[in-house]
Design a protein around this ligand. Structure first.
Ligand SMILES: Cc1ncc(COP(=O)(O)O)c(C=O)c1O
Length: 380
């Protein structure tokens, strides 16, 4: 089936955060897509709307099966449905998980540069940020295991948040890397929270590895956070899940989620997730083809403009090294051209001189953004 990713849809009408910018500005920041969601999801939501009764609701058996079937069919990973729980957002589930596993002042490890909301999850729980900066060599990122082991060996460090695949650097972690992280964390008594929200958005032909699937050791020491929201553009519906194979860990996290109120289901969260995972595999594949072609075009244009596009196999987010250190480059670019990208600095100190460009947009919008980028970079 043919799907339309080319039509430009006006998103200024309903308070969309990404598009809350000036008339002449072009937003390529917040990680959602400018595409309409899959037709099967719109149909399911329409049916739910027509039912007309929106009382308190919970998830059904179909919801559990939709997740389990999706991970079995797409990733060969078998879930125990009794360890799966609804959550109204991945960030909320991470906040709850940290709360369940730490006391005030405990350390939480982040591999920076990394998704900015993680910093707040740590702060909100009164915990201490422990950075394990990724190695950046010859335009590529890898885990600094020597430093990681040092950080994990502090007895006050209780949690590591893994971004799998990694936002913003666009990296799919290979099985060996995940296994090593898992075994180091286990041996130092550090629990892994694996944020896998970007897992479906990968280069066609490539797949991510669920952290829990790597080994028994990983499965027994992990809280996996997943959602259909990035893949199917549903962030405003607040629908996500946690999967925790270990029973006592699962109970602790669920209790904290309930305490925080983030286990409450809204009437549209369930049908959207079920339709996405049951019927929209082909839409997701076509979307990945489209955004990875956008990535190819953007990498070429960014490099030609004199900046460095970091090669990535996951996410629709392009991580760009402008080479200019010690200034908020995204702010300068926005002022000069109206192109609004995320500042690299919001992902931690190693993001100095970088910007993050969201490529999940129609191609005509992409070309506009790349033109503005080229103009701005020449004048930096
Ligand atoms: C790695 C990562 N985790 C979580 C989120 C947000 O998830 P949610 O909206 O479910 O809180 C994002 C959004 O950009 C993200 O990039």
């Amino acid at each position: 089936m043919e799907y339309d990713f080319d039509t430009v849809i006006n998103r200024r009408k309903y308070g969309d955060i990404k598009w809350n910018v000036g008339e002449d500005e072009l937003p390529m920041w917040v990680a959602d897509m400018d595409f309409r969601s899959a037709p099967e999801i719109l149909k399911a939501l329409d049916e739910r709307l027509k039912h007309g009764v929106f009382g308190y609701t919970s998830v059904t058996d179909e919801w559990y099966s939709a997740y389990a079937d999706r991970w079995r069919e797409r990733y060969g990973f078998i879930m125990d449905k009794s360890r799966l729980a609804f959550c109204s957002g991945v960030v909320l589930s991470i906040t709850a998980a940290i709360g369940a596993l730490t006391g005030k002042g405990d350390g939480v490890v982040l591999m920076t540069p990394v998704y900015n909301a993680f910093f707040n999850c740590i702060k909100r729980n009164g915990c201490r940020l422990v950075e394990n900066p990724l190695r950046y060599e010859n335009g590529a990122y890898s885990v600094d295991f020597e430093d990681l082991e040092k950080k994990l060996s502090d007895p006050a460090v209780k949690v590591l948040i893994l971004c799998n695949p990694h936002n913003p650097v666009g990296k799919i972690w290979d099985k060996e890397t995940l296994k090593k992280i898992g075994s180091l964390c286990k041996s130092h008594g550090v629990t892994v929270i694996s944020d896998e929200i970007h897992c479906d958005i990968t280069r066609p032909g490539m797949k991510y590895t669920p952290f829990c699937s790597v080994s028994e050791e990983c499965a027994g020491n992990c809280i996996m956070c997943i959602a259909p929201t990035k893949t199917f553009n549903l962030a405003g519906l607040h629908t996500a899940a946690v999967y925790v194979p270990d029973k006592s860990l699962f109970d602790k996290v669920r209790e904290k989620m309930s305490e925080n109120g983030c286990d409450e289901v809204n009437a549209f969260a369930e049908p959207a997730a079920v339709a996405a995972y049951k019927y929209c595999g082909e839409w997701a594949d076509r979307m990945c083809e489209y955004v990875f072609e956008n990535r190819r075009i953007a990498e070429e244009a960014v490099n030609a403009a004199g900046a460095k596009a970091i090669k990535g196999d996951a996410t629709y987010l392009l991580w760009i090294d402008t080479g200019v250190r010690g200034a908020d480059v995204s702010k300068i670019i926005r002022e000069k051209t109206g192109l609004y990208m995320n500042s690299g600095l919001s992902y931690g100190a190693p993001g100095d001189g970088f910007v993050r460009m969201n490529l999940a947009c129609p191609r005509s919008v992409l070309y506009d953004g790349l033109d503005r980028f080229a103009r701005a970079v020449k004048a930096l």
